[in-house]
Design a protein around this ligand. Structure first.
Ligand SMILES: *[C@@H]1O[C@H](CO)[C@@H](O)[C@H](O)[C@H]1NC(C)=O
Length: 129
């Protein structure tokens, strides 16, 4: 009886642990299409986490340029983990932020910071001057 309980406990823990791991490489085409729609629906899309410094850094660049953006906060969504694993497949990294302009991946927080500094961000956004 004791052993049975232990096994039950262990399998419960294993289930919980598995559910906290990133979703495997084979994400459904449906979920991937969903992310594709997200990145093409709005001009600037930032996959972000609310507590992430680098996400804030990316947002700050667009705010300073008065460019509106859509932030998808992965830590506030049920499907955040799935989206993050799709982004990993698409960009080669599961870190946040993942920043898209016109449906194209342009990088993470420091990338956006550098793009601004060099003036390239403005070019990408077709901002004059
Ligand atoms: C973006 O780059 C410009 C020019 O280098 C700089 O003045 C500005 O402070 C930068 N914006 C941010 C938010 O760092």
């Amino acid at each position: 009886m004791k052993l049975f309980n232990l096994i039950t406990q262990l399998s419960l823990l294993l289930t919980i642990w598995l559910s906290t791991q990133t979703v495997g490489a084979c994400v459904s085409a449906k979920a991937a299409n969903y992310v594709r729609r997200m990145i093409t629906k709005d001009r600037v899309v930032i996959f972000s986490k609310t507590y992430c410094y680098y996400s804030d850094l990316a947002k700050e660049q667009f705010n300073k340029l008065n460019v509106p953006f859509v932030a998808i906060e992965l830590d506030e969504r049920e499907d955040g983990r799935v989206i993050q694993s799709i982004l990993e497949e698409m960009t080669g990294s599961s870190t946040v932020p993942r920043v898209y302009i016109d449906g194209e991946f342009i990088g993470g927080g420091t990338d956006v910071f550098k793009l601004n500094k060099s003036g390239k961000l403005k070019e990408m956004l077709h901002i004059q001057k």
